[in-house]
Design a protein around this ligand. Structure first.
Ligand SMILES: Cc1cc2nc3c(=O)[nH]c(=O)nc-3n(C[C@H](O)[C@H](O)[C@H](O)COP(=O)(O)OP(=O)(O)OC[C@H]3O[C@@H](n4cnc5c(N)ncnc54)[C@H](O)[C@@H]3O)c2cc1C
Length: 368
């Protein structure tokens, strides 16, 4: 077992740290495009298809670096939703024509994609989605409405799930933004993660050819599972960097803040709180990189991915709350950004499968 990084992975990590610093100085609306221009949206895609040619471990390490220096969880989530939720699965299971049409543009960031699966009455349970796909003269016609779609107004391509009226189950479809009948709502007001730009997307009788089907008709749940495995394994890699940054700040604050002539770090309650932040960070790191390593090897990784997202999201939230408590009243003031950091971590416990849904996957795997 080798826990070391290669020269190339280390160099990418450093480049992404510097990029994160640079991007954090940009106005929020310019950040996503800058990440795209620097190749961050296609790191694990082979170079001959427009990507960086890195493995998933190296990609996760790069996103950890971005999370360490770029304090914009919404934009990093949006980048991950594009890359891990659509580009990677499309590159793995798309037809040669689908890959040729989309992957080079998506990997280089010239086009953006997102998953549009969740509906008002169907989130955790994708089998009960109400969006329909039916055959028509020109191929397939899609009708329905999706909500909480990350990147909605940035996207050129929607990986959409629709239920086949012919009774063949859920089908995954690649629908370009240019298809007639798509309406993209304004970004929804959210608790944190503003840069993720969640919105509603409506397909009002949108017509696409049969070549828009990803996988096969009725095979959408398998496609969704593949996409969710990559997403759950990797989308919170940036959170490792954010947790490390928050830990450094906590250590510095506990040493510097003096009460009754002594640094508050002398109180065991304080130092242990920070030690627990370190424990959560390292356990999250181990789990995430091991899952990335398994996926790099070609393992299915479904349960490991569920464990990873569950752990990292929970650790991120718990440590954001600890960082807040450590500051006392000052943490409640807006300039500290600590309440905003809690909001940002809350979303991680819901997207890509709620903590309950992930626990159910693990429980089922245990035979429960
Ligand atoms: C920041 C963010 C980004 C998102 N981005 C996207 C996106 O890009 N594309 C997209 O399609 N969706 C996206 N979503 C939607 C997200 O995937 C859903 O919100 C999530 O899957 C939960 O679905 P729901 O909101 O309908 O909740 P529900 O499924 O209604 O769940 C309600 C409650 O019931 C529990 N529950 C439901 N089913 C089970 C079960 N089987 N076992 C145990 N407990 C259960 C849940 O844990 C939860 O507590 C995003 C959400 C957030 C917060």
């Amino acid at each position: 077992m080798d826990f070391d990084w290669s020269e190339a992975q280390r160099a990418l990590h450093e480049r992404m740290r510097a990029l994160g610093e640079e991007v954090s100085r940009l106005p929020p609306e310019g950040r996503f495009a800058r990440l795209a221009a620097e190749g961050a949206l296609g790191l694990p895609i082979p170079a001959d298809r427009g990507g960086g040619g890195f493995d998933l471990c190296g990609t996760a390490y790069a996103y950890e670096a971005l999370g360490a220096t770029l304090d914009d969880a919404g934009v990093l989530l949006a980048a991950g939703a594009h890359l891990f939720g659509v580009v990677l699965p499309l590159d793995k299971v798309g037809t040669p024509a689908q890959r040729a049409e989309w992957v080079p543009r998506l990997a280089s960031g010239r086009a953006i994609a997102t998953i549009a699966a969740t509906e008002r009455r169907a989130g955790s349970d994708v089998a009960s989605i109400e969006t329909t796909v039916v055959r028509c003269a020109s191929g397939l016609r899609v009708r329905g409405s999706k909500c909480y779609v990350t990147n909605a107004d940035r996207s050129d391509l929607f990986l959409t799930l629709a239920s086949d009226a012919g009774g063949q189950g859920v089908t995954a479809l690649l629908i370009p933004k240019t298809a007639r009948g798509i309406t993209i709502g304004a970004p929804l007001p959210t608790a944190g993660l503003a840069g993720a730009r969640l919105a509603e997307v409506t397909f009002d009788g949108v017509e696409v050819g049969e070549d828009a089907v990803l996988g096969r008709i009725g095979g959408g749940r398998t496609i969704f599972q593949i996409a969710m495995t990559y997403e759950r394994a990797l989308i919170l890699a940036f959170r490792l960097g954010a947790m490390a940054r928050s830990l450094d700040l906590a250590v510095r604050f506990a040493r510097e803040r003096r009460i009754g002539g002594e640094p508050i770090a002398r109180h065991q309650a304080v130092s242990h709180r920070i030690a627990r932040m370190k424990l959560r960070l390292e356990t999250s790191r181990l789990l995430l990189y091991r899952t990335a390593w398994q996926l790099d090897r070609g393992d299915r990784g479904q349960v490991e991915a569920a464990l990873t997202k569950w752990q990292v999201a929970e650790a991120g939230l718990a440590s954001a709350i600890d960082a807040f408590h450590l500051r006392g009243g000052a943490g409640f003031l807006e300039p500290a950004g600590l309440t905003g950091a809690i909001d940002d971590t809350l979303g991680g416990t819901v997207h890509s499968g709620t903590q309950d849904v992930l626990a159910s996957i693990v429980a089922r795997w245990l035979g429960l």
